[in-house]
Design a protein around this ligand. Structure first.
Ligand SMILES: *Cc1c(COP(=O)(O)O)cnc(C)c1O
Length: 380
């Protein structure tokens, strides 16, 4: 069943659901089995392959159904002792999502969205993107044998543009930001009968992102860290992980408090940080968004309420760092730890340094940073 995250209205999960018909806010998936899944499902994990579908009981997938997959998930969780020592953090980790097919964590959400929508009969897809969601849609559409069209800003890094085209998708460059691409994608969807898989305009990308949280818990022996720092654009990673932690706790698979979640954005586009600091529950659209961290250039996220709620419920916060800081921190991850960080991944290290300096984090907490994408996509 689908439940509107704002008005509580419900919708049948069959077919091709978009946003809530009465209020226009995102739907979230609610499973019939609560608490789901059983302790028996946990034992079954021992026999399963290491990709994100090992958590199939947590995902919208029928018992005999085969997903559209390229082997996404099961990314490394790396201890970073050298950087930890430099910044006085004894237990600092990086989850390297750049190791996913298509080079970013976007693979997780698009794999689930394409699986569900093609099952419901969709043959043509469209997405507005700052870059990586376009690469992921292009690859998963090719895998499923269906058509994809991607609307991206003309300033999208050249390697990302060529990746989108190499998987056979149509790429349309727009002179504007992701919000402008969104309007163009909706017009395309209406004209061509394409399914719009924009962030939170369909409910299943979030389900795929839940596996970030499930995998983290399993790798840490079914415990959760004290702190998570996540680079935030549209919010799917943050919202999906928070949903996973709630479902994990409801099922009894994980005990104890959930992590404090910290969102990091670039000071050139920081609507979530501003709303958090002002105590607001919605974001005001950020005028003239500018940042080299393409995935963070989202001036008016549809999931603003859900993100702000998760940050506050978790006892975390929101931090802005400059492009200079996040670029330097990405380079530090590369040269000090051999992790090929995207600028967005660099932002998490820059944020943790700032949070430690102001005393928000203590040196012995277990902290996990998410490098959401591969650095090579942004070079050249
Ligand atoms: C899309 C993207 C983000 C932001 O993702 P959300 O979870 O939607 O906020 C961060 N980093 C990279 C590399 C991205 O591609």
């Amino acid at each position: 069943m689908l439940e509107c995250s704002a008005c509580g209205g419900t919708h049948d999960a069959a077919g091709l659901p978009g946003v809530c018909e009465s209020c226009g806010q995102p739907y979230l998936v609610r499973y019939a089995t609560t608490p789901s899944p059983s302790p028996e499902a946990k034992r079954l994990l021992g026999e399963r392959r290491w990709n994100m579908w090992r958590y199939r009981e947590w995902l919208p997938l029928g018992a005999d159904e085969a997903p559209v997959t390229l082997g996404e998930g099961a990314t490394p969780l790396l201890p970073t002792a050298r950087l930890g020592a430099r910044y006085g953090l004894r237990d600092l980790w990086v989850k390297d999502e750049g190791k996913n097919p298509t080079g970013s964590f976007k693979a997780r959400g698009l794999a689930v969205a394409i699986t569900r929508a093609t099952r419901a009969g969709a043959r043509r897809f469209v997405v507005p993107t700052a870059g990586n969601a376009g690469v992921a849609l292009a690859a998963y559409a090719s895998r499923a044998g269906v058509a994809a069209c991607v609307f991206a800003p003309s300033c999208t890094p050249p390697v990302i543009r060529s990746q989108i085209q190499s998987f056979g998708a149509e790429l349309v460059l727009i002179d504007g930001h992701i919000g402008d691409c969104g309007a163009a994608a909706r017009a395309y969807a209406a004209e061509h009968g394409a399914v719009d898989v924009s962030t939170l305009r369909e409910p299943y990308r979030i389900e795929g992102k839940k596996t970030l949280g499930l995998e983290l818990a399993e790798r840490l022996g079914w415990t959760l860290p004290d702190v998570i720092v996540y680079p935030t654009g549209g919010g799917t990673g943050l919202i999906g992980m928070w949903k996973a932690f709630q479902e994990l706790r409801a099922s009894g698979w994980v005990l104890g408090a959930p992590p404090r979640m910290y969102s990091v954005q670039s000071s050139g586009c920081a609507p979530v940080v501003k709303a958090f600091d002002e105590g607001a529950d919605r974001c005001a659209p950020w005028p003239d968004p500018v940042t080299v961290a393409a995935g963070l250039r989202v001036p008016a996220p549809l999931g603003d309420r859900l993100m702000l709620r998760a940050l506050r419920e978790s006892g975390g916060g929101a931090v802005a760092v400059s492009d200079t800081q996040l670029t330097a921190a990405a380079r530090e991850l590369q040269t000090q730890e051999g992790i090929d960080a995207a600028p967005e991944g660099g932002a998490t290290l820059a944020a943790v340094i700032a949070l430690k300096e102001c005393g928000t984090l203590s040196g012995d907490e277990r902290i996990v940073l998410f490098n959401t994408g591969a650095g090579w996509l942004y070079r050249g």
